[in-house]
Design a protein around this ligand. Structure first.
Ligand SMILES: [Zn+2]
Length: 477
């Protein structure tokens, strides 16, 4: 029986792209003018052409945290429109991942927490009393309609992506709906309910000796760091804003791991307003040493977009190209990579960034002018560009001395990693999908039901009505 189920189904209907109105010119030229062109020798990576897969279930974009909540899952839909608009789907394997199973979530999360997530609803939440406090339900982490299904979808996509790396079918696997790095074993935190990164890392550890986790979200990647704080098989590196108060108020340079994990957590705390040049230079100088010393067999790159300038919750001044330059640098090492999203609260810029980073992964150069017949194109005005100016809004409080001091702390920590840690590999479990046969059979029969398949295959990919369904201010900030 096929192990890959829906995951192998082609789901993209891109016929609307053949509409000749996209670019001006004669009809024949229109039809064959590409939106992108291959990048030639600009990556400095010896012509590395990875096999890239894109894991996206459009249903994940339909959930709402609440009208005033800054986390907008529809940013993944905007990203997908851009990826399709630029025809990047021609450069990747496309998968619509299944939801994670309960058993898969329990690989990291506690039984009582998952039980809570699957049973609480906005209607019955009042009956949970003190449990709401125990499970950290508050304005940041509200109970919303379909919350558990949403969690299973974004976690399922990261697991699906990790399986493509494990099987060697992909060199780079992308899940922009994932990257929810704050979630804890027992509770949600910072808009994150289940930790898809930890789940994917655990799956990767079944076959890869060493996993390097890199986090360039505005916030400290505390949930992932905490999960692997005691082990030398996962090294976590996080670049983030830190002042002792800013959420989650962890991630100072002196958090370096405990026991066997000592020196395998690295934190780069930054002040407000860091600019492109300082960030990229610091990132490259530290990450080159990390990769050389740790010698990861696989990398998880968290691409949180709230480190961009002009982010609704942001504090940095990064432009899209600078953020992408960091990802490009990591890609240039040619190590298998799982690429996930994360924070990012100005949806038009989140989607621009993740589309641009998809082009980086696929070695494509995109023209800056956005495709003409993009759904929701009005979101991207007035410039309608992939690269609006995002720098300079916030005063840069990172002095040269401060950055040099931070860099020295980081490199000092790396001195202790004299050689890559040796690991005794566990026996690879016979079923790397972590499902027993009964569970798999149930999923296969459910997904193969004609009605269900029709539902997915006829999925309205471009549900303009999403805008109409939204509450005031939900889609337009
Ligand atoms: Zn963040």
């Amino acid at each position: 029986m096929s192990k890959l189920l829906l995951s192998s189904m082609p789901v993209y209907d891109c016929s609307w792209l053949d509409d000749d109105s996209t670019i001006s010119g004669d009809k024949k030229t229109n039809k064959y003018t590409p939106f992108f062109e291959p990048v030639v020798n600009t990556f400095g990576d010896g012509g590395y052409s990875p096999h890239v897969s894109y894991h996206y279930n459009p249903v994940v974009s339909r959930y709402h945290y609440g009208v005033r909540h800054p986390m907008k899952p529809f940013r993944c839909m905007l990203t997908d429109h851009l990826v399709i608009g630029y025809k990047l789907y021609e450069q990747m394997d496309l998968y619509m991942p299944r939801a994670a199973t309960r058993k898969e979530l329990l690989e990291f999360h506690s039984e009582d927490y998952i039980k809570f997530l699957e049973s609480v609803t906005p209607e019955n939440a009042h009956k949970y009393g003190e449990q709401l406090t125990k499970f950290n339900i508050n304005d940041d982490n509200p109970v919303f309609q379909g919350m558990y299904d949403y969690c299973k979808l974004y976690a399922g996509a990261s697991l699906d992506a990790s399986r493509k790396l494990v099987s060697g079918m992909s060199d780079i696997a992308i899940n922009w709906s994932g990257g929810l790095h704050h979630a804890k074993k027992y509770a949600p935190s910072g808009f994150c309910y289940v930790n898809d990164i930890v789940l994917a890392a655990l799956n990767l550890l079944r076959v890869f000796p060493r996993v390097l986790y890199i986090d360039i979200d505005l916030h400290h990647g505390d949930g992932v760091q905490e999960a692997f704080y005691l082990t030398d098989r996962v090294m976590t590196v996080s670049f983030h804003k830190y002042d002792g108060w800013f959420f989650p108020a962890t991630g100072n340079y002196d958090e370096t791991g405990i026991g066997s994990g000592k020196h395998f957590a690295l934190n780069v705390p930054l002040r407000d307003g860091i600019d492109d040049e300082s960030y990229v230079r610091l990132f490259k100088s530290i990450m080159e040493k990390v990769i050389t010393k740790f010698q990861p067999s696989v990398i998880i790159q968290q691409c949180g977009a709230d480190s961009l300038g002009h982010d609704r919750l942001g504090g940095f001044n990064l432009n899209i190209k600078a953020h992408g330059e960091c990802v490009k640098f990591i890609k240039s090492f040619g190590i298998p990579m799982l690429c996930v999203g994360g924070g990012g609260y100005t949806p038009r810029n989140v989607s621009r960034l993740w589309c641009y980073e998809t082009s980086v992964m696929t070695n494509m150069h995109l023209r800056s002018e956005l495709p003409g017949n993009l759904p929701f194109r009005s979101f991207f005005g007035p410039d309608y560009s992939l690269h609006p100016e995002l720098g300079g809004k916030i005063k840069n409080k990172n002095t040269r001395e401060y950055l040099e001091n931070i860099r020295c702390h980081a490199l000092e920590n790396l001195r202790y990693l004299d050689s890559a840690p040796s690991v005794s590999m566990q026996e690879i479990p016979p079923d790397i999908q972590n499902m027993d046969d009964d569970e798999e059979d149930a999923i296969v029969s459910r997904l193969n039901k004609e009605s269900e398949r029709d539902h997915y295959m006829n999925e309205q990919r471009y549900w303009i009505s999403a805008k109409e369904d939204a509450g005031p201010g939900e889609l337009l900030e």
